[in-house]
Design a protein around this ligand. Structure first.
Ligand code: ATP
Ligand code: MG
Length: 556
C-alpha cells in the first residue's frame, strides 16, 4: 500500500531533533523491550513502529531486548512468537536479540555497589509490614527497622540471598531512597527478590532476580540507548530510573520519555486479560482471528503495511485516548482495495437454472483479477447452465431501490451475461429452491444493442464447479466499547463474535495462498485460513464498508 511518505512529527521527534542539533547525541539508539509473558498485540505494534521507525528515519539502531526478570511467567514460545512478529511487521533489530538476563551478573554487581554506598539494604520485614510502612498517597511512609543495618551486614545478607540460603519471601533487597517521597516508587523500592525459579535463558544459575525498575534503566545504559521510550504509566518511575543511574558507576545515562498507550475500542490490550481469554478458552488461541494480537491479525489477513499505516495514523502523543476499531479497519481496507485480487464466492447459495443455456456446455470466461490494476492479470471462470447466487440477491418483488435480481427483470452476472428471472420453484415451506432464468448470449463483455439496462450486477459461482468452503465471519469480540471498564470484562464477550457458514467459492480459490486476503466481490475481504488445513476455510478479514460507523448499509 502507499504508506504516507513522510511520517508526521511528534514530541519525541522534536526532542531527538533538538538532541542531534545540540550535539547531545550523534545518532539515535532505541530499543523495544517486551516481556516474554504473552504474545504481542496491536498496542505493542505502536511501540514497535515508534522505536524501530525512529531508528530507521534517523539512520540509527533499535535493539530487541527481552525484559525477562519474571521467569515464572515467561517462556521460550513467547520469545519466539515476539521475534517472529517483529520481523513480520517489517523490522530488523540491531545485532543479536538481547535479554535483560544477559546482564544479570552486571545487575548483581550494581546492586552490591548500592549496598556498599549505603544506598541499599536487605529487609526481613513481612510483606504485610512492608505494605503498612509504605504509607499512602496522603501519608508518608515509615522507615523499616532494617533501614540502617550496617553495610557489611547487608553485604552478607545479600550474599546469602544470592547463595540460596534464605527462603523465597524471607527477605528482599531495597534501595534506600526516601520514605516520604510523594512518588510511591521512591519509597525504598524493592530491587531484588528471591525466586527459586528456572529461567528460560539462565537456567538454574540464579535464585535472586532483579525487579523491572532496577533492570530496565541499567539494561538501557549498558546498551547505550539514547532515548528510552515507554508508556505513560511509567511516568513516576522515571525518578527511579534516573536515581539508579545517578547512583551507580555507569557512564551512560539514557533519557526516558513517555507516550500514551494505545487503547482500542471493543477489545482489551492487557496481556493479563488476553492470557485469560486464551487460557479459559474464550477464544481458540493467541492467534484466534478475533484477538487483537499480531498473530491474530496476521491470521485474519491483515498485512504488515496496514498495521504500520495504522500506527502512523494514530500518531504519538501524551494524551490518553480510545481509538475506534473503524480506524484499524480502514487501514486494511485501503490496502486490500488496492492490492487484493478479486474472486467470487457465495455464502448463502440458491440455485439458478439458465433454461436457454445448453445442459452440457461449459464456457471458460476470463475475469480480471483487479478492476483497475491490469498487472494483476486475469483468471478463468467456468460458466454453465446451473449457477449459484446469493439468496438475498433475489426477490420475487421489489421496489426500484433493490438493484439485484427480481422476477421478470434483468441483472448482470459479474464477468458474465445478463440474466432475466422467469419463475421460481419452492419447497413445502415456501422457501425458494430454484430460480429459473434466461440469459442473453449477446451481453458478454458488452451491453445489449437495444440499450436495455440491467438493474445491477451480482456475483455467482458455477454450481458444478464451485467448491464448498467453510466461511468464518468475525464480529467484534466484545459487546461494549471499553470492556476493561466492566466489573468482569468476560461478561462483555460478544456471543456472536464468530459465525460459521457453509458457502461455495470459485474453483481458483482452492489455490489461494493462506493468510493473504482476497476480495470476495460484493462481500468483503477474506483469506484462506493458514492454520486449518484439513478443509477449505476462509476467514473474513474485513467487510467492504465500515459497519462500525453504524450507518446502515443501503439496499445494494
Ligand atoms: P501488560 O501491562 O499488558 O503486561 P506491558 O506493557 O507490560 O503489557 P511489555 O511486554 O512490557 O508489555 O511491553 C513492551 C513495550 O510495549 C513496552 O515499552 C510497553 O510500554 C509497550 N506497550 C505495551 N502495551 C502498549 C500499548 N497498548 N500501547 C503502546 N505501547 C504499549
Ligand atoms: Mg511491561
Amino acid at each position: 500500500m502507499a504508506e504516507t511518505e513522510t511520517r508526521p512529527s511528534n514530541f519525541i521527534r522534536q526532542i531527538i531533533d533538538k538532541d542531534l542539533a545540540e550535539g547531545v547525541h550523534e545518532s539515535v539508539h532505541t530499543r523495544f523491550p517486551p516481556e516474554p509473558n504473552g504474545y504481542l498485540h496491536i498496542g505493542h505494534a505502536k511501540s514497535i513502529c515508534l522505536n524501530f521507525g525512529l531508528a530507521q528515519d534517523y539512520q540509527g539502531q533499535c535493539n530487541l531486548r527481552f525484559d525477562d526478570t519474571n521467569p515464572e511467567k515467561e517462556n521460550i514460545d513467547y520469545v519466539n512468537s515476539i521475534k517472529d512478529d517483529v520481523h513480520w511487521l517489517g523490522f530488523e533489530w540491531d545485532g543479536e536479540v538481547r535479554y535483560s538476563s544477559d546482564y544479570f551478573d552486571q545487575l548483581h554487581g550494581y546492586a552490591v555497589e548500592l549496598i556498599e554506598k549505603g544506598l541499599a539494604y536487605v529487609d526481613f520485614s513481612t510483606q504485610d509490614a512492608m505494605r503498612e510502612m509504605r504509607g499512602t498517597l496522603k501519608e508518608p511512609g515509615k522507615p523499616s527497622p532494617y533501614r540502617d543495618t550496617p553495610v557489611q551486614v547487608n553485604l552478607e545478607h545479600f550474599a546469602k540471598m544470592t547463595a540460596g540460603e534464605y527462603q523465597e519471601g524471607h527477605c528482599v533487597l531495597r534501595a534506600k531512597i526516601d520514605m516520604t517521597s510523594p512518588f510511591m516508587c521512591m519509597r525504598d523500592p524493592v530491587i531484588y527478590r528471591i525466586k527459586f525459579a528456572h529461567h528460560h535463558q539462565t537456567g538454574d544459575k540464579w535464585c535472586v532476580y532483579p525487579m523491572y525498575d532496577f533492570t530496565h534503566c541499567i539494561s538501557d545504559a549498558i546498551e547505550n540507548i539514547t532515548h528510552s521510550l515507554c508508556t505513560l504509566e511509567f511516568q513516576d518511575n522515571r525518578r527511579l530510573y534516573d536515581w539508579v543511574l545517578d547512583n551507580i558507576s555507569i557512564p551512560c545515562h539514557p533519557r526516558q520519555y513517555e507516550f500514551s498507550r494505545l487503547n482500542l475500542e471493543y477489545t482489551v490490550l492487557s496481556k493479563r486479560k488476553l492470557i485469560q481469554l486464551v487460557e479459559e478458552k474464550h477464544v481458540e488461541g493467541w492467534d484466534d482471528p478475533r484477538m487483537p494480537t499480531i498473530a491474530g491479525l496476521r491470521r485474519r489477513g491483515y498485512t504488515p503495511a496496514s498495521i504500520r499505516e495504522f500506527c502512523k495514523r494514530i500518531g504519538v502523543t501524551k494524551m490518553d485516548n480510545m481509538v475506534e476499531m473503524g480506524m484499524l479497519e480502514a487501514c486494511i481496507r485501503d490496502d486490500l482495495n488496492q492490492n487484493a485480487a478479486r474472486a467470487m464466492a457465495v455464502l448463502d447459495p440458491v440455485k439458478v437454472v439458465i433454461e436457454n443455456y445448453p445442459a452440457d456446455k461449459v464456457e471458460m470466461l476470463s475475469a480480471p483479477n483487479h478492476p483497475s490494476d491490469e498487472s494483476m492479470g486475469s483468471r478463468e471462470l467456468p460458466f454453465s447452465r446451473e449457477i449459484l447466487i446469493e439468496r438475498e440477491d433475489f426477490r420475487e418483488e421489489a421496489n426500484k431501490k433493490f438493484k439485484r435480481l427480481v422476477l421478470g427483470k434483468e441483472v448482470r452476472l459479474r464477468n458474465a451475461y445478463f440474466i432475466k428471472a422467469e419463475r421460481v420453484e419452492k419447497d413445502a415451506e415456501g422457501n425458494i429452491t430454484t430460480i429459473y432464468v434466461t440469459y442473453d448470449p449477446d451481453t458478454l463483455g458488452k451491453d445489449p444493442a437495444d440499450g436495455r439496462k440491467a438493474k445491477g450486477v451480482i456475483h455467482w459461482v458455477s454450481a458444478a464447479h464451485g467448491v464448498p468452503a467453510e466461511i468464518r465471519l468475525y464480529d467484534r469480540l466484545f459487546r461494549v466499547p471499553n470492556p476493561a471498564a466492566e466489573e468482569n470484562f468476560l461478561d462483555a464477550i460478544n456471543p456472536e463474535s464468530l459465525t460459521i457458514v457453509q458457502g461455495v467459492v470459485e474453483p481458483s480459490l482452492v489455490n489461494a495462498t493462506p493468510g493473504y486476503a482476497l476480495q470476495f466481490e460484493r462481500l468483503g475481504y477474506f483469506c484462506k485460513d493458514k492454520k486449518i488445513t484439513d478443509r477449505l476455510v476462509f476467514d473474513r478479514t474485513v467487510g467492504l464498508r465500515d459497519t462500525w460507523a453504524k450507518i446502515d448499509g443501503q439496499d445494494d
